[in-house]
Design a binder for this molecule. Sequence first.
Ligand code: SF4
Length: 320
Amino acid sequence: MRRRTLSDLNFDFIGENRSENQVVHEVVTPQINIQPDLAAQIEQNRFFDLDVFIQETYEKSRDKNKDAIEKQMYMTSYDVASSCISNIIYKIRNTPIKSYANKWLPVVLRSYLGNSVHSFIQNNSKQFTEQEVSLKVPSIRFSGRLDCLVNNDVLVEIKSLPYSEYKKIIKNKTPRVNDFYQCLTYKYVLEQHLEEAKNHTEQTRSQKPLLDYYNIRYIQFIYVVHDIMSSDIESLDEALACVKHVKQVLNSKHNTFYFMSNLLIDLKQYDLTPYMNYITGKIQRVNYYLDNNLDVAKDDEYIDPKACFFCLYPQICPHK
Ligand code: SF4
């Protein structure tokens, strides 16, 4: 007997226009025993609607961001590495705005994918000596959480990203600059504020550092591709070509984990002074504005107009 294919079913997208000659498939309701009053509540012919889901995602992101900003008292490692200083001040002051929803909603899916990638690695490896380490330092209004440590000298950061960024990293063997700043921020806190990070009495969502001394010599990035979505990929063909290119660069014929790459950086080989000056200077500047109840100066070097597109504050911000 011939094996049936899906084309035998003559599938049709619900909601699309059908020509008169096409068969319209009847929706068959399974025979199940439901109490009459409950049955009356079940809507007939109701399906998952993508437009409704987009609206649901919009509302969820609005509520989640609002809640997070209302609770944010300190700057994060992401803020130090990547955020415009004005954005940080607006968030910590909980400056009200009209809408808190993400401007580019696919980022919500990315955050779920990113969390899954972290769990996949952290839950399946015994190579780390500490994971999800809370680094809270109230005296400098900093609160971060690093991914993993190996002993007292290797800091491991897991980063999930789209193919278009991954291909640059594996080609140039260089991390994304903001990722590097983020790890150096953890290094700075572990080495300069360890006592407070271990002994403060505020609540933390994960464990505090376990050791009494850290001297981070290596930063290791685990880069993992999570999707082909990216603003600079405009067609499925382009995306597939990008994936093919990545496999070629990694010579991945026998490597089924081509979607993961390690990048180990020996910090001893670099002069970190300008990077560390940027980090300490930014932390100090945020505290200066907050301690003195001042607005961000219009010529502040930590204002970053490149970040305006994703920022929630352009309607009220004079620096955009
Ligand atoms: S709108 Fe632009 S300049 Fe203003 S806080 Fe946001 S990112 Fe900074």
